[in-house]
Design a protein around this ligand. Sequence first.
Ligand code: FAD
Ligand code: DHB
Length: 389
Amino acid sequence: MKTRVAIIGSGPSGLLLGHLLRAAGIDCVIVERRTRDYVLSRIRAGVLETCATDLMTRLSIDARMNAEGLVEEGFNLATDTGIIRIDIARLTGRHVMVYGQTELTRDLMDAAPERGLEIIFEAGDVALHDVDSDHPGVTYAKNGVTHRIDADFIAGCDGFYGPSREAIPAAVSREFKHEYPFGWLGILADVPPCHDELIYANTDRGFALASMRSTTRSRYYIQVPLTERLEDWPEDRLWDELSRRFDPISQHGVKRGPALEMSIAPLRSYVFETMRHGRLFLAGDSAHIVPPTGAKGLNLAASDVTYLSDALIAHYMRGDDSALDGYQQRALARIWKAERFSWYLTKLMHRFPGEGAFEHRMQIAELEYVAQSEAMQTAIAENYVGLPL
Ligand code: FAD
Ligand code: DHB
């Protein structure tokens, strides 16, 4: 098979990129290792910046998002005793939207056939070839047969564990990483949220986040040691823990219900430079990871593919390669700022094993300063809604 752009991965970055290219009349194909149902069963991000919602609008795939998404004009930073509302609408004139990654992914997958975007699911042994030549290709196995896609470019949108990043030699790349000594245990349940807006809480029992997917579906997370396993957390134990942390500070108190999903995710910060090697371009989690505290992962995937699709469109429509050449510099400038904000909020809101009373007093002092200073609140708000593209 021949195409212009071979895209590896049908997460948010691969799907958004595929749609943006198809909308410009550029041929592309997505190869995805998993089944459609598997991809849609992964519960991940929940908060979209306008850089992500604007793409859905540009693609005219925003009807369900606009009908079902919740516009959030503020969010909260809390301790055991107090709550600070960050009024993002007043401080920035902007907002974020609560709309699950699974819903966005479903909308993009549903719209693919009518837009001529081919997605090859259950593609095994996906491998990249000749990325630094003029004739790169991707091979994959399906139903016992090996296929090759010849392309002008390859977009590595295959997440943190995909093969694309590994196709870039160590000699021309550099990794930056930071691991955190805890993970997030998440639960999704069909119960009304405990508060009308999100709460990020630094409590004596550790970090907790009260989030939502709708007015009837809640998403909660708590900080857990990396040694913890799901078997250690029967649902009642988690609900007890959430009640202890949120009942004293939330508007409605924690409502319990059967878990639709529970999972534990480790927290890490990671940036891979370079995002381009020859005719291979990386986008989204294949090139960078943020700890989830700032809700930036999916939104960075959206900004990467905005830059990359613009650059590919300039190449095909105008023969102009300057944006392709400038892609990684443009993308990394935004990535590093989102890395900084996610790291900052993670440090501010979690209890770090091994840190003592002094570090905790520093967190409390900073939160008191945030509570009193509109300048601090504005700095947090403008990062939370997303820095300019
Ligand atoms: P992905 O969504 O990872 O998509 C990559 C795709 O590539 C997948 O479909 C995968 O199956 C496919 N793939 C992988 N290997 C291959 C291969 N060999 N061949 C073909 N296809 C392949 N962000 C937030 O903002 N808030 C959150 O709460 C949050 N929670 C998260 C929880 C977890 C467990 C993880 C892993 C991430 C979380 N994130 C969160 C981050 C956010 O979900 C990601 O930033 C976002 O999914 C990035 O999109 P992506 O398309 O770049 O990568
Ligand atoms: C959600 C996840 C986040 O990491 C975050 O910062 C806010 C919300 C969520 O899954 O709802």
